[in-house]
Design a protein around this ligand. Structure first.
Ligand SMILES: Cc1cc2nc3c(=O)[nH]c(=O)nc-3n(C[C@H](O)[C@H](O)[C@H](O)COP(=O)(O)OP(=O)(O)OC[C@H]3O[C@@H](n4cnc5c(N)ncnc54)[C@H](O)[C@@H]3O)c2cc1C
Length: 388
């Protein structure tokens, strides 16, 4: 047993939805024993920041670089929470330039994308820091036990609660469980975790909890968008052609250009030491499939730079790269859920003492941080009086 403690509540995952949930939960339940288990080395999940050990001084947001709230006017819960983050100075309105590159590589600034519609917000620090600050705001007495670099691979349930087992064999007991990831609920777990049954299905056999059966049925239809992100550590003197000085600047490629260059968007990220980092996103299947192993990484990287230079060849804002930049590559097997979203009515099962949050639930924010935050806020409201 990792510890003799039986937790009141354990959360699997340390992404932004888990952080929002646990922070709100602790505000109302200060006496509860809470733990959080995360396979990564820190908080943030898909909205985190790569702090390079190899290339000192660089902090690049390699997942979501910022976030947008498409419509909070009709949603007081979300509006109040965003206001709270603004008041605490964890985020600010992101007034960075968003440029849409069209077929002739002309610039347009009026367009909107899934990631830029509504109001855009920027973390005042890095994206990982945002998740950390959200937790710390209500964890003043250090109530949470954190277990990083811990991958849960097995779940068991009986009327007393949950027993979780990690890949290393560590055991965790809890009365109630929150899954902020759907990995343990989805068929992709079979390959990723090397198990022969979906862990939640194994823990709650079919026909024993209708809500869980329905939830698993919905997830059976959910797919995921893979993505590659290229983190480019530019040389000392690399800069824009103009005097742009804001923290980030976004270039989106419109359909035909995206097909041609196989890039989706390019985000310039100004570093504390004034160097200019570049993160290139791609969801092009051909490019993703051609990146098999770090073995052929050098040729792959050269091609990325070649493409980048061609794209910005006659651009009035962006300088070309010189081919001696360092690049690291991040492969996201499941960067965003797609297809069917799970109804919010299936977020909590009292019978099985388990709750769920994340961007995989229905709503305007499906597949984005907006959905992660809102689902966490709704879940906290649902269970606040149920967990005694
Ligand atoms: C490249 C990229 C670009 C994106 N761009 C945008 C954008 O511009 N705007 C936007 O709004 N959204 C964007 N998104 C989506 C956004 O990042 C997500 O919607 C959001 O971060 C999801 O947060 P979450 O807490 O719901 O899930 P996650 O961040 O996925 O959190 C789940 C956590 O659980 C952990 N975990 C999973 N399984 C286990 C296990 N078995 N044991 C222990 N830990 C486990 C994971 O490591 C992860 O940290 C982007 C995502 C990617 C990858």
């Amino acid at each position: 047993m990792k510890s003799d403690v039986t937790y009141d509540l354990l959360i699997i995952g340390g992404g932004i939805s888990a952080c929002v949930f646990v922070s709100k939960y602790l505000k109302n339940n200060i006496t509860k024993k809470v733990g959080l288990i995360e396979i990564g080395r820190g908080l943030g999940g898909r909205s985190s920041t790569r702090i390079s050990k190899k290339y000192e001084g660089w902090k690049l947001n390699h997942g979501s670089p910022n976030f947008n709230i498409s419509n909070s006017k009709n949603n007081l819960l979300l509006k109040r929470y965003i206001d709270e983050l603004l008041d605490n100075k964890y985020i600010k309105i992101d007034d960075s330039e968003i440029i849409f590159l069209n077929e002739d590589s002309n610039l347009e600034t009026k367009n909107k994308s899934e990631f830029s519609c509504g109001v855009n917000y920027l973390s005042l620090d890095s994206m990982s820091e945002l998740s950390k600050k959200i937790i710390e705001s209500n964890n003043l007495k250090k109530e949470i036990d954190f277990f990083f670099e811990t991958l849960i691979v097995d779940m068991k349930f009986n009327e007393k609660g949950w027993l979780l087992t990690s890949k290393n064999g560590d055991k965790f007991k809890t009365k109630y469980l929150i899954c902020s990831t759907n990995l343990l609920l989805h068929k992709r777990s079979l390959k990723i975790l090397n198990v022969n049954q979906i862990p939640l299905r194994k823990a709650i056999p079919i026909n024993s909890d209708k809500k869980i059966d329905l939830l698993l049925n919905y997830l059976g239809e959910q797919t995921f968008i893979p993505r590659l992100t290229f983190l480019i550590y530019t040389n000392k003197n690399y800069s824009y052609k103009d005097n742009y000085s804001k923290k980030q600047r976004y270039f989106y490629l419109k359909n035909n250009l995206e097909k041609k260059y196989r890039f989706e968007r390019i985000i310039f990220q100004l570093q504390d030491n004034n160097k200019l980092g570049i993160v290139v996103h791609s969801k092009n299947a051909e490019l993703i499939n051609s990146y098999i192993s770090p073995k052929d990484e050098e040729v792959f990287k050269q091609n990325i730079i070649k493409n980048f230079n061609k794209l910005f060849e006659e651009n009035s804002l962006v300088n070309k790269l010189t081919f001696d930049e360092k690049i690291s590559i991040m492969k996201w097997r499941a960067s965003q859920p797609s297809g069917i979203a799970v109804p919010l009515s299936l977020q909590f099962s009292k019978k099985s003492k388990i709750g769920f949050c994340g961007d995989w639930f229905e709503g305007n924010g499906f597949g984005r941080i907006e959905g992660s935050i809102l689902s966490a806020l709704i879940l906290e409201k649902k269970i606040k009086d149920l967990i005694k």
